[in-house]
Every structure is written in C-alpha cells, then in structure tokens.
Design a protein around this ligand. Structure first.
Ligand code: COA
Length: 398
C-alpha cells in the first residue's frame, strides 16, 4: 500500500491548482478569458453565438461563406428523430408534475440521440465534427419540446425544429413559446450562450474528457457532461441563484430592497453558513469576467421591460441582486459568478427556472464537443491516483 505521507505530497482536494491536461480551446486567467485567443468581452459584444460555436468546433474564425454553410448545416439538423420526440412526450406527465426535471430528461434525450446518429460509434475527427453540429442543433429543440409538454401545448417545430429563418438564440425562444421573440431578448440570450460556451477544465468538461479519454463515444461524453453540469455547485447554480433571490424578495418584500432588511437576511445566511448560490469560483478570485457583461445586458433589457415577473417590475430583481452582491463583497469578499446575473436575466425575460441549466447545456455542448474532439485527437486515458485513508492491510480469515 502507498504510504499516506508519499501520496499526500501530490494531493490537492478537488484537484485545486492541478494542471490535468493541455488544451488549445480556452484560456482562463485572473485577468481574462479567451476562446481560441479571442477575449470574452470582444466576443460577447461583436460576435454571435453561431460565430463562437464555429470558432470552438472548427478551430478558427469563420469566413462569410463558411458561416453561411455552417448556419445552413445547423438549421437542417434541428428536427429530432421521432424516437427522441416520443421519449419527451412520454415524460410529459412527469415533467408537468415536476417529478422529472428538464435537466434529467435532456440528459436521457441526448443519450437517445446517440442511438439514432449514423456516426455514433465513429470517433474520427470528421465524424466528431458532424456529431457536434447535430448535438448543437438539436439541444434547443429538445428544450423547446420539453417546455411544450410542460405547458400542455402541441409540440412546436416537430417537422422543422423551429423557424428556419431564426438564428439559434431566437429559435430557442421560439421553440419554447411559439412566438418570435423581441430582438433585444434574442440578443441577450445570444450573449448568454456566448458567455456559457466554454470554460476550460471545469467539472462537466473534465467529465466529458474523462469519458472521451477511454475512447468512448461523443454522445456518452456529452451525456456525462450534462449530468455533471446539473449540480448546484456547477451549472445548476443559475437556477438556485434565482430561487435564492425569490426567497429574499418573498421574505423582505419589494419595499425591503435598499433597506437593512436585506442585510439582515444575508446575516442570517452567514450565521447558518449557508452557501449563497451564484457566488464564488474555483479559479476567479477577483470576479468572474462574464458576470458584469451579462448583468449589464440583462439589466438594460429589464429597465425597458413592462413585464412584471413574480409580481415585481423586472428591474427590481436587478436592484435586489445588486444589493445582495454588495453585501457579499463587503462581508465575505466573494464576487458573483456568471450564474448570478443569468438567473435574474432569464427570470425577467419570463423563462421558467427549471430551463436555465438546460439552456446552459445548449451553449456548453459546443465546449464539450470541442474538448471531446481534442481529447480523441491526442489521447491518453485520464487515470489519476487517490490517497488511501482506509483500514491497514489485514487478513480475511485472521
Ligand atoms: N457562499 C458562501 N460562502 C462561499 C461561497 C458561497 N457561494 N463560495 C465560497 N465560499 C466560501 C467557502 O465557504 C470557503 O470559506 P471557508 O474558507 O471559511 O471554508 C471559501 O469561500 C473558499 O471557498 P471554497 O469552498 O474553497 O471554494 P471552491 O473553489 O471549493 O468552490 C464553488 C467553488 C464555485 C463551488 C463555490 O464558490 C460555491 O459553492 N459557490 C456556490 C455555487 C455556485 O455559484 N456555483 C457556480 C460556479 S460558476
């Protein structure tokens, strides 16, 4: 048995600070975030999600002709195989009753996509790219169909996977609601998809790479990524952050915003050592670069919105969120991560909370697929060690 002293020298709980592989896809530093060398502010303000998806999957900035071809390929791949639609419909009662959650149904639906994908067992780079585009195209359709069955509506886009004239973000909203969304909504969703698309060796991407590293298939790797993303310490935080804000609003009331009532709520949370969702990050210690970008875009839409989500003017949710952020920073020196503004942004646009993490999947599937292809192209099985802390060696019959 390896002595715990020699193992301890290499041990970092949660793999903190460990470099577990190489990548050319994304780089994260305290001072910035880059996708293949392009800085995240630049991308969020000047690119579209389709531009970013192409960049991540194909490895370079698309020419106009390449983008036209790519968009056509994605639109053509939007419809689902009847086996997948049938599965979603069969979950309708469970989804509507809240007994099955959209993240789990999405996970199984993606796994079923593997059964009907003609390239499912082919790990070549060409097949990897074809499968990546199909997954990218089909996840919003799954999300839309799930929302339709939850709402008790007929499936929208059964034949075409939505409206072929709409871009990815707008089509996602269309599939969920049956209405063409306002331009400012599509733009903010598009930006959120850009911000969520890739983040180097985060837990779900690392999961996907571990699966790919055994030479398993892309659908399996993405299915595993979805399972990892669901957790509240990872992508599930965007739903939990919004649930927490709703709880605070419920407790302090709209009149409590800007008053010590919110400080008192937070103090109670600190006293009970409650984790505040949408705050903190393993890598960023001075703030998540994506959070202020989404916050200001989401707030700008909320300021002009006449909607009354949860019975409060849209902007009130941002005012409450800003007060919570200020208290968290002054009392704990912990910054919000991108999931905090995401919760407020999606909520004030009327998106149902259980769909926030599935929408994260609609974006991060590009990052996962890029990493699966990178892993397959230069593979070594990922197999770390553990530090044994159990019983000393002993005899079964002794
Ligand atoms: N609320 C309250 N305290 C928090 C916190 C949060 N959201 N995030 C970190 N902390 C505290 C920890 O309790 C710890 O305090 P301690 O040293 O007194 O024990 C300290 O800050 C360091 O945090 P640590 O748990 O070591 O960070 P980590 O790198 O292991 O975990 C996260 C990172 C993201 C999992 C963690 O910050 C978290 O749970 N955040 C909430 C979930 C979330 O928003 N996830 C989305 C991430 S993008």
């Amino acid at each position: 048995m390896m002595s715990s002293a020699s193992a301890a020298a290499n041990f970092a709980k949660g793999l903190e600070g460990i470099i577990a592989g190489e990548t050319r896809i994304c780089s994260i530093e305290q001072g910035g975030l880059w996708y293949r060398g392009y800085e995240i502010h630049d991308l969020a303000h000047h690119a579209t999600f389709e531009d970013v998806a192409f960049l991540l999957l194909e490895g370079h900035k698309a020419s106009a002709a390449e983008m036209a071809r790519f968009k056509g390929e994605i639109v053509a791949e939007r419809p689902l195989h009847p086996m997948v639609t049938g599965f979603i419909e069969s979950c309708g009662g469970y989804l509507a009753a809240g007994r099955a959650v959209p993240m789990d149904v999405l996970r199984t639906a993606v796994s079923i996509l593997g059964h009907v994908d003609p390239d499912s067992q082919d790990n070549s780079p060409e097949a990897g790219l074809r499968k990546s585009k199909r997954l990218l195209a089909k996840v919003p359709t799954i999300i839309g169909h799930m929302q339709n069955v939850i709402d008790g509506k007929a499936i929208i886009g059964r034949e075409l996977g939505g409206d072929p004239t709409l871009d990815h973000a707008a089509n996602l909203l269309y599939l969920m609601t049956g209405s063409r969304p306002p331009k400012e909504y599509s733009r903010v969703i598009d930006a959120s998809l850009i911000l969520y698309a890739e983040h180097d060796f985060n837990a779900s991407t690392f999961t996907s790479r571990c699966i790919a590293g055994t030479l398993s298939d892309m659908h399996g790797a993405v299915t595993g990524g979805i399972a990892a993303l669901k957790g509240s310490l990872h992508g599930g935080a965007n739903e939990m952050a919004m649930e927490m804000l709703k709880e605070i609003m419920n407790d302090v009331g709209e009149k409590g915003i800007g008053t010590p009532a919110v400080d008192e709520w937070m103090q109670r949370a600190f006293d009970t050592k409650r984790k505040l969702m949408g705050f903190g990050h393993r890598v960023y210690k001075n703030g998540d670069h994506r959070a202020p970008i989404l916050h200001s875009m989401g707030r700008a839409v909320a300021e002009k919105d006449t909607k009354n989500p949860g019975g409060h003017a849209a902007v009130k949710w941002f005012e409450l969120g800003e007060q919570v952020q200020k208290i968290m920073l002054s009392k704990k020196n912990i910054h919000p991560n991108v999931d905090f503004p995401c919760g407020m942004t999606y909520f004030t646009m009327g998106i149902p909370v259980p769909q926030y993490t599935p929408i994260f999947v609609a974006s991060r599937v590009t990052g996962w697929c890029a990493h699966v292809m990178e892993q397959h192209a230069n593979n070594r099985i990922i197999r770390p060690l553990s530090m044994y802390t159990g019983e000393a060696a002993r005899k079964w019959n002794g």
